[in-house]
Ligand binder design. Sequence first.
Ligand SMILES: Cc1cc2nc3c(=O)[nH]c(=O)nc-3n(C[C@H](O)[C@H](O)[C@H](O)COP(=O)(O)OP(=O)(O)OC[C@H]3O[C@@H](n4cnc5c(N)ncnc54)[C@H](O)[C@@H]3O)c2cc1C
Length: 474
Amino acid sequence: MTGLTIRTLDASTKALAPDTIAALRGKLRGAVALPGEDGYDAARSIWNAMIDRRPGFVVRCLGAADVIDAVKLARDEKLLLAVRSGGHSIAGNAVCEGGLLIDLSLMKSVRVDPASRTARVEPGATLADFDKEAQAFALAAPLGINSTTGVAGLTLGGGFGWTTRKFGLTIDNLISADVVTADAELVHASDEENQDLFWALRGGGGNFGVVTSFEFRLHPLGPEVLSGLVVHPLDEAGELLSRFCHIAKEAPDELTTWVVMRKAPPLPFLPAEWHGKEVLIFAACYSGDMQEGEKATKALRGLGRPIADVISPHPFTAWQAAFDALLMPGARNYWKSHDFTDLPDVAIKVILDAVRALPSPECEVFIAHVGGAMARVAPNATAWSNRNAHFIMNAHTRWRDKAEDAACVAWARQLFEATAPFASGSVYVNFMPEDENDRVANAYGGNYRRLAEVKRRYDPQNLFRMNQNIRPTK
Ligand SMILES: Cc1cc2nc3c(=O)[nH]c(=O)nc-3n(C[C@H](O)[C@H](O)[C@H](O)COP(=O)(O)OP(=O)(O)OC[C@H]3O[C@@H](n4cnc5c(N)ncnc54)[C@H](O)[C@@H]3O)c2cc1C
């Protein structure tokens, strides 16, 4: 029997002897999946249907020991390596073509300690898995807005969502992590141990090793939160957004409002004549007392004449999944994102012009309101440097038919270019598509040099390169 042909780090290929694969199979608690074998297609299929890559083989890990064996093989044989957890990487970096894929999606354990208000989370856990366990004790960590997203990739990029203004970024609540480094050693990283690595992990993406366990700090929240949508016709959006920006500036940390502009989905509370028409949606969540929330959302709910206002108490876990139906896997997606410290009227006008020309019914522009607790952490305290961003815009282009690729990508790029003069220059690495590697240094601003230095110490050969790549200092 001939060996498996696998892509290597120097962009060529090599044959792995059958004995090598057999020996690996013999060591693992998990499994090796070759093309055509059980689990191979599940592991290589990710959220963004634009990405259709076929790794040479997959190691489906069940614990840190499996990860060590897989990294050891990749290091010794100099194999191209990708790491997949929840599979939501928009850039598609969770899967490589022809190389070794480390699949962590089966490692889903979440253990909450209600007494110390902490949680230990394995990398295959989704936000829904984490919320389900933490909410059993009315506790939460700040996570994102789509419950099928992986905790691992989200955390390593920084992580923000409905409770970030109150509790900080996801990384601001990371206490420690277990990491398999490029030397195939398991190390613990925290404020006390391997401090540089811990600093870099918090925002530096998957550049520094494979995280096999995360330890988080939790906060009391829920089980219900005041949350929901206020929907307006797009025609009035210019005035509404301008006034919203003032409201956002004055908002307490507990209040987070995201703006979504898109063609209205057939939501049951929207009159049928609005389905498919362009709307502006304020999606709001108050992370605190209900009555205080009623007061805090008054100005937002007083804006204009909404088509619908469905802000009311909802279970936190349900609100965390409220957008899932619009974000199912299987569609083609291309994102472009900017950070803003402010959104002047002229920028709003540019954005609205783009929304009036959405290239497909599932495309949207969303603007997340951040700041609050996130902004009170020093920009050099973690790898995530863009602490002064007040709004994060994402041109979320989403469509079904490959024939529409060019038009949809062009629309996103055009909006990106047109809004660039108003943007701060930084960007959230987890919102960058695969063709933006030249933007990585800007994404990290003043932290990039230190990141490149930490990369040199922990991964001088750049084994972990399927990510928004930080090149090791020479
Ligand atoms: C529908 C949708 C909604 C989103 N909403 C938000 C949001 O509200 N807030 C937000 O902050 N982000 C959001 N994101 C972005 C999200 O944070 C990233 O896509 C993130 O990478 C997802 O993590 P994952 O584990 O699913 O990723 P994967 O695709 O599995 O991994 C992404 C990359 O992270 C690295 N990686 C993953 N796991 C590990 C690990 N254990 N060790 C080392 N490296 C690893 C690898 O480089 C990998 O290529 C959203 C994405 C999508 C698709």
